[in-house]
Each structure stands twice: as structure tokens, then as C-alpha cells.
Design a protein around this ligand. Structure first.
Ligand code: AP5
Ligand code: MG
Length: 219
């Protein structure tokens, strides 16, 4: 199973992609997480990517594609994956289409998760992230049992550099200009389902599953 979640920053892509991947027994591949690990480890890609990420801009395609190709070539990705945060512009979508043709594979469904801008700003300003597993929390609404620590890793949670209001606004602008046009690209391919990302985690997860089933049944 190969799925893509597309949506604005804070739509819940990471939260839902992790659940979806677990349910289908495939891996969750988030280019944002791969980039943040590259920054933490101070790799060449991480050193170059940091300035773009801190400003809320897209990291150049060649760097992102290099990370993605490496991740998808690992053995645990051969059964399938849920892509979160990729593709993010038409050139990345074309590169993915080519990769699929070369590998004799196909994407099963693309789900667009829709959330209003004011909800996004609220969610991201209150988001805390685990540096080890990248799991995210709304500390004010549903605090983890250990306070500002990840219940899975025990590590201290942190607030992302790009979750400051001015960077959130930049990321939203980039999404509307560069990423949202991909929705039409996948709609033309008959791969698209749209869901509202507002509601409980279970409600949103249910909508995503139903959308995936609908797209697959129609093909
Ligand atoms: P990336 O890490 O992909 O960030 P993003 O797209 O801006 O999305 P977020 O991770 O902020 O949000 P999310 O949708 O995953 O929401 P989450 O589940 O955490 O990218 C970061 C940067 O990396 C980019 O700006 C760019 O520089 C670079 N980059 C990454 N990919 C790239 C690419 N392909 N090309 C070029 N550059 C790239 O949820 C958000 C919060 O809301 C959490 O606190 C969560 O607990 C909470 N929440 C989730 N669901 C709900 C709900 N239903 N109700 C209430 N709260 C909820
Ligand atoms: Mg995310």
C-alpha cells in the first residue's frame, strides 16, 4: 500500500500518517522528519537545509529527493509507505511519478486533509515535539502523562523553530502557492480523496480510511 497525505502545516499529517502506517503495516515517511534528523546530525544536507526550514521555505528539490530515494530504498519500505510532506511542488510530484514508473509501482491513494488557517495557527503555537520519534503533542489540551516528556522515549519535548507565528504564516503561503496545486494533479489521476482534518483524532482517522477505500474501489 502506497499512500500520500497532503495538507497545510498543522493539518495533522504526521499524527494521522503514523496511525495509518501502523494500521496497514507499512512505514511512515515524512520528509520534514528526515530533514530535521539531518539538521540534528549536522550532515551536509542538514547544514544546507536548515536555513530554508527556519524561514518556512521549501528545501531545494535535489536535497529532498536524495533523502527520499535513500529512505524508500531501505528494506522496510518495500511493503509500502505513507508519505507525509512529499511531494510538495509540481517538480517533486513529477519526480515521484517517474520513480513509480521506473519501479513498476503505483500510488494507491492521495488524501488531502483540510483545516482552516486559524485552527492551524492555534495548533502549531501549542505543539510540542519529541526530538527522538517526532511524535507531536498539544500539551495544553492533552498533556502526556510525564509532563513535557515523550511517553515513548522519555525525552524532553521541544517547540519547533518554525512554529513561530511569522514562520507559520510563511509556511501557509508556501503551501497555498506551491503545494495546493498538486491536489488537482492527483484529482486528474483519479487518486484524490478530500477530508476535513477538524475533529477528534479518531474521527479524522476514520474519514481518511473511508477516503482511501473509496479511491481504491473506484479504480
Ligand atoms: P514538515 O515537517 O512537513 O511540516 P509541515 O508540512 O509544515 O507540517 P507539520 O509537521 O507542521 O504539521 P502536520 O500536518 O504534520 O501536523 P501534526 O500531525 O504535527 O516540513 C517542515 C519543513 O521542512 C518545511 O517548511 C520545509 O522547509 C521542509 N520540507 C519538508 N518536506 C519538504 C519537501 N518535500 N520539499 C521541500 N522542503 C520540505 O499536528 C499538528 C499539531 O496539531 C500537533 O500538536 C498535533 O498533536 C495536533 N493535532 C493533530 N491532529 C489534531 C486534531 N484532529 N485536533 C486537534 N489537534 C490535532
Ligand atoms: Mg508533520
Amino acid at each position: 500500500m502506497r499512500l500520500i497525505l497532503v495538507g497545510p502545516p498543522g493539518a495533522g499529517k504526521g499524527t494521522q500518517a503514523a496511525r495509518l502506517a501502523e494500521r496497514h503495516g507499512v512505514v511512515h515517511v515524512a520528509t520534514g522528519d528526515l530533514l530535521r534528523f539531518s539538521v540534528q546530525w549536522k550532515t551536509d544536507i542538514g547544514r544546507e537545509a536548515k536555513q530554508y526550514m527556519d524561514a518556512g521555505m521549501l528545501v531545494p528539490d535535489d536535497l529532498v529527493l536524495e533523502l527520499l530515494r535513500r529512505r524508500l530504498s531501505q528494506s522496510d519500505a518495500q511493503r509500502g509507505y505513507v508519505l507525509d510532506g512529499f511531494p510538495r511542488n509540481p517538480a517533486q510530484a513529477d519526480a515521484l511519478d517517474k520513480m513509480m514508473v521506473e519501479a513498476g509501482q503505483h500510488i494507491d491513494a492521495v488524501v488531502a486533509v483540510e483545516v482552516p488557517d486559524e485552527t492551524i495557527v492555534q495548533r502549531l503555537s501549542a505543539r510540542w515535539t519529541c526530538p527522538t520519534c517526532q511524535r507531536t503533542f498539544q500539551v495544553k489540551v492533552s498533556p502526556p502523562a510525564g509532563g513535557h516528556r515523550c511517553p515513548d522515549d522519555g525525552d524532553a519535548l521541544f517547540q519547533r523553530e518554525d512554529d513561530r507565528p511569522e514562520v507559520i504564516r510563511a509556511r501557509l503561503g508556501v503551501f497555498r502557492e506551491q503545494t495546493e496545486p498538486l491536489v488537482a494533479h492527483y484529482e486528474e489521476q483519479g487518486l484524490l480523496g478530500r477530508v476535513s482534518g477538524v475533529g477528534t483524532l479518531d474521527e479524522v482517522a476514520g474519514r481518511i480510511l473511508a477516503a482511501v477505500q473509496e479511491v481504491r474501489a473506484a479504480r
